[in-house]
Design a protein around this ligand. Structure first.
Ligand code: IPD
Ligand code: CA
Ligand code: CA
Length: 257
């Protein structure tokens, strides 16, 4: 049985409260692929907490999650819970804000529900195609279909600095570039309508919840080459309002780097 939205929301808030408490304690921090790619005891504990809660209710649950050997699950079959226990771990460690917990539910490869919890602001963005999109208890209205020239674009810092996929040129054509270091925070900015697009290099758990929520508002997303996202590895990723997506895609196609 799928857990209810209320149950999942309660677990996310409970996990968030535990993470907040941990900010005053000493963290155990390990490097993964390089010195900027970190995992803490709280990433692992949060993922374990959510998996245990979900598995206790949903006996057929499978998990695609960032830490501890859950990263190879296919999205295509059955009910898959996609979890990023702390999105923006570097922000969590160094800024102590601007990080999220993200969870998405897919059935037979189709997104049903997405949850992005901004832990420090205690704002839970959740919803899906059947229910609409909410921030805590307040329903959010669909945002305007802005063109690239009309709004702010969220960017991956490396791609912007190195003009990967013409990211620098895309930024120049927009009203401005913003770099938060957290995919979840970028997804929230688009749900609120403060940014109209996001260009990055993401793994499935970085985009799963965001694409479920932003699809409700008609946002378009793909790999930078225009093919569907693969849910299997890190890949160049764009998501934007429909008008902005076309503008970004055309600029990217001008010169592939
Ligand atoms: C990272 C953040 C970051 C994005 C990276 C992600 P993590 O997630 O979302 O903004 O640029 O690609 O890996 O590792 O902190 O969960
Ligand atoms: Ca993470
Ligand atoms: Ca992440």
């Amino acid at each position: 049985m799928t857990p209810s939205v209320k149950e999942i929301s309660t677990w996310l808030k409970e996990a968030g409260a535990t993470i907040k408490t941990s900010l005053t304690a000493e963290l155990t921090i390990q490097e993964k692929s390089d010195r900027k790619d970190l995992v803490t005891n709280m990433d692992k504990a949060t993922q374990r907490f959510l998996i245990d809660k979900i598995a206790a209710v949903d006996s057929s649950a499978t998990f695609l999650a960032e830490e501890e050997g859950y990263s190879d699950q296919s999205i295509k079959k059955g009910r898959v819970y996609v979890i990023d226990p702390i999105d923006g771990t570097l922000n969590f460690v160094l800024e102590k804000e601007n990080f999220c917990i993200m969870l998405a539910i897919f059935e037979e490869g189709v997104g049903q529900l997405g949850f992005i919890y901004d832990v420090m602001k205690e704002e839970l963005y959740w919803g899906g195609p059947e229910v609409g999109v909410y921030c805590n208890d307040r329903q959010i209205k669909k945002v305007a279909d802005l063109k690239l020239t009309e709004g702010l674009v969220g960017m991956n810092a490396y791609m912007y600095a190195h003009n990967r996929f013409n990211a620098y040129d895309i930024g120049e054509a927009s009203m401005g570039v913003r770099v938060s270091g957290c995919a979840g925070i970028e997804m929230i900015a688009m749900l609120k309508g403060t940014h109209h697009s996001y260009v990055s290099n993401l793994s499935p758990w970085d985009y799963a919840a965001g694409i479920v929520l932003l699809s409700v508002f008609g946002f378009k997303y793909s790999n930078a080459d225009g093919t569907p996202v693969k849910f299997s590895q890190r890949e160049p990723f764009i998501i934007a309002t429909p008008a902005c997506y076309e503008d970004i895609f055309n600029l990217m196609a001008e010169k592939k780097v």
